[in-house]
Design a protein around this ligand. Structure first.
Ligand SMILES: [Cu+2]
Length: 332
């Protein structure tokens, strides 16, 4: 795929990355700081955590879907057993993350590194040359924008005003982990996430069934038009949308596919699950990148058909983008 906008000259010196349509990888040196501890109950009250308790049990994880991505390790379908757990009804919002930062003074990886990845069409066209420091060679729609953070999702001059209920973005896996430890929660394992997204349905593509748009109705925030140039926003949104903009699945969980990718606890491997445990699996002990699930507002079947419950991708734990967020889980 070429330059997304022929009128804009993109420099392309950042190293090309595998699967960069979904997950441009940012950085190498890990910087992890633990936020000040807060008692679980006071965090919960301040944040009004809204979690759904799920019974667990056996489910069929993964897919043998013929249009999936063999390199992603989506298959084969296997029986996985889970203990009961709780999971957030929505992805963590800007307003929740702001409470965490206000209480702890936490700085995100994007803030410490001084930049984050923004999708090209989110950068105001007239300020493109000024704001964009670099682009990803293999995926020139990913722009390295100095000053892009969760508070300034499109870089300097942008804000989260009127986006209080949108998912927080430009948060790395490390940042998500820090938030979870403050609230007394944790990130879901990939198996928990997928079980939750399936909403009790067996081997369906989406959280609501096999049809992307039942009766013509949009059920998630993904790309319509021609990626990466023409976004018709037929579903109502060209970028992120409020976490409850579309109806929930039958477990009462919102936005399990589309809107933003969601970090999971597990290290990514495309084949660990072939021989790994099938009871409460957590992925391999070590890895380079963490699992992300659910797809985002940028996914389109022509390019990245990963807005399916079995879809998965990966990114390094200190990377952040304008289309990645998270939700939290907890032991029952
Ligand atoms: Cu995608």
């Amino acid at each position: 795929m070429g330059n997304p906008d022929p009128t804009i000259t993109l420099s392309a010196t950042t190293e090309p990355q595998k699967k960069s349509c979904c997950a441009p990888q940012a950085r190498s040196e890990p910087i992890i700081t633990a936020p000040p501890a807060q008692s679980e109950s006071s965090a919960r009250i301040a944040l009004e955590l809204d979690m759904v308790a799920l019974p667990g049990g056996m489910f069929l994880m993964g897919t043998d879907y013929e249009f999936g991505f063999p390199d992603d390790g989506e298959g084969p379908v296997r029986e996985v057993q889970l203990s009961p757990f709780l999971i957030d009804r929505h992805t963590v919002t800007n307003s929740q993350f702001e409470k965490f930062v206000t209480a702890t003074g936490y700085s995100t990886d994007a803030e410490r590194f001084g930049w984050s990845f923004v999708f090209w069409a989110q950068v105001p066209r007239e300020r493109f040359q000024q704001l964009v420091a670099d682009t990803v060679a293999a995926a020139p729609w990913w722009c390295k924008v100095p000053g892009a953070t969760w508070r300034q999702p499109a870089g300097p001059g942008s804000s989260i005003q009127k986006r209080e209920r949108h998912p927080v973005v430009h948060v790395s896996w490390n940042d998500a982990q820090a938030y979870c430890s403050w609230t007394g929660q944790r990130l879901p394992t990939e198996a928990e996430w997928e079980y939750a997204a399936r909403g009790g349905l067996v081997q369906k593509l989406y959280p609501w069934g096999d049809k992307l748009r039942p009766d013509g109705e949009h059920r998630c925030n993904i790309w319509q038009g021609e990626f990466p140039n023409v976004n018709t926003a037929e579903d109502g949104y060209a970028e992120t949308c409020p976490t409850d903009a579309f109806s929930s699945n039958s477990y009462g969980l919102y936005s399990m596919t589309g809107n933003t990718w969601e970090w999971c606890a597990d290290w990514f491997s495309k084949d660990f699950h072939l021989t790994g445990p099938r009871i409460n699996p957590h992925g391999p002990e070590h890895g380079e990148a963490k699992v992300m699930k659910g797809g985002s507002f940028l996914c389109h079947k022509s390019y990245c058909n990963r807005y399916r419950v079995a879809g998965r991708t990966q990114n390094t734990p200190d990377s952040s983008t304008s289309h990645t967020g998270f939700r939290c889980a907890k032991n029952a």
